[in-house]
Design a protein around this ligand. Structure first.
Ligand SMILES: [Zn+2]
Length: 66
C-alpha cells in the first residue's frame, strides 16, 4: 500500500492509475487528476506526506528538519 500524496488515499501500487517520480522517489496516484495536481506543485504534496519526519513543521516549505 502507498499513499496518494494529493488526496491522501491509500492505494495499491498495482492499481495506481498514474505514477510520477520526484526527487528520486516514486509516487502513485488514484487518478490522472491527482498526478496533474502533483506535477504542478510537487513540493506542496511531498511536504504533506512527510510531515512530522523532521519534527519541525514550522516553515511548511519542506526545507527544514531533513
Ligand atoms: Zn488521488
Amino acid at each position: 500500500m502507498v499513499i496518494d500524496p494529493v488526496c491522501k488515499m491509500e492505494i495499491e501500487e498495482s492499481t495506481a492509475v498514474a505514477t510520477s517520480e520526484y526527487n528520486g522517489k516514486k509516487y502513485y496516484f488514484c487518478a490522472k487528476g491527482c498526478k496533474i495536481a502533483f506535477d504542478k506543485n510537487p513540493d506542496k504534496y511531498v511536504a504533506g506526506t512527510e510531515k512530522g519526519k523532521g519534527g519541525c513543521g514550522c516553515c511548511g516549505g519542506g526545507n527544514c528538519g531533513e
